[in-house]
Design a protein around this ligand. Structure first.
Ligand SMILES: C[S@@+](CC[C@H](N)C(=O)[O-])C[C@H]1O[C@@H](n2cnc3c(N)ncnc32)[C@H](O)[C@@H]1O
Length: 250
């Protein structure tokens, strides 16, 4: 479904999702089984080994069945363009959910290894099923954990997955909005970024990452060069959102 068909009002499934907001923060899922239903829908309706068809099926599910908190099709195009600018060999996403964002990154960077860090094991299981169906399981990997766990997940990325100094070309922040800045700082401190690495942050307006936005404004032209892209919250045209794309100047 294209942008023109985005629905200009808040659908019932959004209100139902709002009631599940507490669930999201504790379990990583809305709480009504929609994520598992999305996987079943993809496996039944999308052509195997066809990334475009899998992404289209997830978007269709989110529009027609139940809203999902993927980056979505509108902001997804901003993500695609940023990935293409970075032309990554190694990309990292924080916040996997159903695997949609990582799949978009994999499509925009066909030669890249893509890693996604996710707190909730159930989301990792779902995402892996979707990636396997799309035919990218050999180069898209979910690591269950969080950057804020005192170094355990960072260490796993370093020792098991080849995250070394200057190796990380692209980073997508789409997890706990309050952790964007601290997690970015942890990654910078590891030295994984290089001048020219690109960091994209979703939901900077809604739910909002004000400290992250303020930090990028203060660092403009010194450590980072940021473009703020105006967009809408996923699968809606009523609520506006911001996607920040920041180039690391090193
Ligand atoms: C908005 S969804 C991610 C959507 C995904 N990036 C996409 O576009 O398809 C946020 C996800 O982040 C996970 N999450 C929340 N806090 C996290 C943290 N501190 N570290 C890792 N994952 C986290 C949630 O469980 C949820 O699956």
């Amino acid at each position: 479904m294209g942008l023109k068909q985005r629905i200009p009002f808040l659908r019932w499934s959004v209100w139902r999702m709002a009631t599940g907001a507490r669930n999201i923060t504790t379990t990583g899922q809305i709480g009504d089984g929609r994520e598992a239903a999305a996987v079943a829908y993809v496996l039944k309706n999308a052509k195997a080994d066809d990334i475009d068809d899998v992404l289209a099926a997830i978007d269709r599910f989110a529009y027609e069945k139940s809203l999902l908190i993927n980056v979505g099709d509108e902001k997804g195009k901003l993500l695609d363009a940023a990935v293409r600018r970075a032309d990554p060999k190694l990309a990292l996403e924080l916040g996997t959910y159903c695997g949609y964002g990582a799949l978009r990154i994999a499509r925009a960077a066909p030669a890249a290894k893509v890693y996604s860090v996710e707190l909730a094991e159930a989301n990792a299981v779902n995402a892996r099923e979707i990636w396997a169906h799309a035919g990218v399981a050999d180069r898209v990997t979910c690591v269950v954990g969080t950057i804020g766990d005192g170094g355990r997940t960072l260490e796993t990325l370093a020792t098991e997955h080849g995250f070394t100094a200057g190796a990380l070309d692209f980073l997508f922040l789409d997890h706990d909005k309050d952790a964007y800045l601290t997690d970015l700082q942890s990654i910078v401190d590891r030295g994984w970024l290089h001048p020219g690495s690109i960091v994209v942050a979703d939901n900077v307006k809604v739910p909002g990452a004000p400290k992250y936005r303020e930090y990028m404004r203060r660092q403009q032209g010194t450590l980072w060069n940021t473009n703020e892209h105006k967009a809408h919250l996923e699968y809606q045209s009523l609520i506006s959102d911001l996607v920040l794309e920041s180039e690391y100047l090193g």
